[in-house]
Design a binder for this molecule. Structure first.
Ligand code: SAM
Length: 271
């Protein structure tokens, strides 16, 4: 393995910020190759850290915006030409506003802090219409759950809640040794491409989808009639939905169709 030069050997990795810095030059190059940024694109990196990924992205694109929570790291990054540094918790950043300011959809990238990776994915979800694509390094098991199809143990709330809005591909698996310090888990790079707006529904139906998927997967070993079936009955649902199966057997499109129906029925009932 070729180690990338340690630009800032004096920085001690902070555990509470999920800091594991990429140190394998071949993997860094492979990730930058998957992203393939070009000048003029609105590139945003979450958690640039010591800049392992930032440097090859900057070399290709000439400019990018980075969001870093660690004050010391943000200060170092400010010294680099071509970077716009937002020193903030990424969960407080308004991505829709960033895209509006850039005048184009964003390309969001990052080797995410694993302790907050799911909240980051859910924070980005309502901004999907302002995003061209997302490339993230995550814990491998999380990527497997994100990309899983129905029928297996990996298929769950995360799969449904992301797949109704994004096309999801696992691009690359990365071993712990590629990081400094090495994390305890294996990692993977995922590409998330928002689906065309035609397949998208409003915020209220999206909230309904979140609710019914949580209910459906609350007891995944049981048949849906014990969980989702009850939930639907309480709402006076009069449609046809097979509850004699388990949550993991229902394809994403069927959950989405059900959320639409339930939402439409509730809107029709509202005074
Ligand atoms: N991109 C670098 C690399 O690949 O070497 C660092 C990746 S490290 C896994 C995660 C980075 O995210 C760290 O630099 C950490 O300080 C930063 N970070 C942690 N929590 C954050 C948050 N809530 N908002 C923004 N950045 C955060």
């Amino acid at each position: 393995m070729t180690r990338a030069p340690a630009h800032h050997p004096q920085h001690r990795a902070r555990k509470r910020f999920g800091q594991h810095f990429l140190a394998d030059a071949a993997i860094i190059e492979a990730i930058a190759g998957c992203i393939a940024p070009h000048p003029g694109e609105a590139l945003v990196e979450i958690g640039p850290g010591l800049g392992a990924l930032t440097a090859p992205l900057l070399a290709r694109a000439g400019a990018l915006t980075v969001i870093e929570l660690d004050r010391d790291l943000a200060a170092r990054l400010r010294a680099r030409a071509g970077l716009t540094v937002i020193e903030s918790d990424v969960l407080a950043v308004d991505f829709t506003a960033l895209a509006a300011a850039a005048g184009q959809p964003l390309r969001v990238v990052g080797n995410l802090p694993y302790n907050v990776s799911t909240p980051i994915l859910f924070h980005l979800l309502p901004a999907a219409a302002s995003v061209r694509d997302q490339h993230f390094m995550l814990q491998r098991e999380v990527v497997q759950r994100m990309a899983a199809g129905p029928g297996g143990k990996d298929y769950g709330r995360l799969s449904v809640m992301l797949q109704w809005r994004y096309h999801i591909e696992l691009l690359l698996e990365v071993p712990p040794q590629a990081f400094e310090p090495p994390p305890r888990v294996h990692s993977a790079v995922v590409r998330m491409t928002p689906l065309p707006a035609a397949g998208v529904f409003g915020a209220a139906a999206a909230a309904r989808l979140g609710e019914l998927v949580s209910v459906a997967f609350s007891q995944r070993r049981k048949l849906l009639r014990h969980t989702l079936g009850r939930w639907l009955a309480e709402r006076g649902y009069a449609g046809v939905f097979d509850v004699q199966r388990r949550a993991e057997e229902v394809p994403v499109a069927q959950y989405v169709a059900l959320a639409r129906e339930v939402q439409a029925a509730q809107e029709a009932q509202a005074p």
